[in-house]
Design a protein around this ligand. Structure first.
Ligand code: CDP
Length: 231
């Protein structure tokens, strides 16, 4: 059976990665969280003091990009691939609100995007991949067979992200999480290079009022229809 590329884009905390993981597992496809790659570069910049609360040394980061190797390794117990930076597992470190507060500034840098997009395109060379992010259907895989664009209200998304961070024992306030979700939405959709926009041929899914099961079933139906069409 011909394998396809499923591109899932959308605003922050819209549950893209949850459904992408479910689909990849169901189909036996690779799942790639492209946001984790931008988060890994951000973590690298923080570790090297290129980013501090009051300044960001963009040129220093750009000239150090060659030192960055990002890889994914499947974790059997968790059921998904964790992200590694230069051989070190940084899955936990990249999910903090601190990394979230800088990542959209890093993702605006064209040199960073160019490096990561190349790597993402390579991962999809044999198709059979579900990738989520902001520019997957528009820039990374404009020829993806199925493109989804996920939305939900900012409050709904902030509640989801707040609960996720609290469950990992992060000391955060709801208002800071909501502010971060709104700021990232703004930067991601207004940047010059590859802004977050819905691809013309993407199907929009507002999941504000959908349970995880309803969402999965709805999307699986779309995938099955597409697979029938392609085979
Ligand atoms: O999971 P969440 O919705 O919080 O975001 P993410 O997917 O982890 O992505 C983190 C950030 O990386 C986004 O806010 C974007 O600034 C950036 N990003 C991007 O620019 N392009 C992508 N393909 C994926 C993420």
């Amino acid at each position: 059976m011909k394998q396809i590329i499923i591109a899932i884009d959308g605003f922050s905390s819209t549950g893209k990665s949850t459904v992408a993981k479910q689909l990849a597992k169901h189909l036996g496809y690779i799942y790639v969280d492209s946001g984790a790659m931008y988060r890994a570069v951000t973590w690298f910049a923080m570790q090297n003091h290129f980013i501090k609360s009051d300044c960001f040394h963009i040129q220093d980061l750009i000239s150090s990009l060659y030192q960055i190797t990002i890889s994914f390794k499947f974790n059997e117990a968790l059921g998904f691939a964790e992200v590694y930076l230069n051989g070190k597992n940084i899955e936990r470190q990249i999910r903090t609100l601190e990394v979230s507060s800088f990542v959209s500034q890093v993702a605006e840098i064209s040199e960073v995007r160019e490096m990561l997009v190349k790597q993402q395109q390579k991962m999809g060379e044999s198709r059979g991949i579900v990738m989520d992010g902001r520019d997957i259907g528009t820039v990374v895989f404009p020829d993806a067979e199925l493109k989804l664009f996920m939305t939900a209200s900012a409050e709904t998304r902030a509640v989801r992200r707040y609960e996720e961070l609290i469950s990992r024992s992060e000391d955060v306030s709801f208002s800071d999480v909501l502010k971060n979700v709104q700021e990232r939405d703004y930067i991601d959709s207004h940047r010059e290079d590859s802004p977050l926009i819905k691809a013309e041929d993407a199907i929009e899914i507002d999941n504000s009022c959908l349970s995880l099961e309803e969402q999965f079933n709805k999307i699986l139906q779309l995938v099955e229809n597409k697979l029938k069409e392609c085979n």
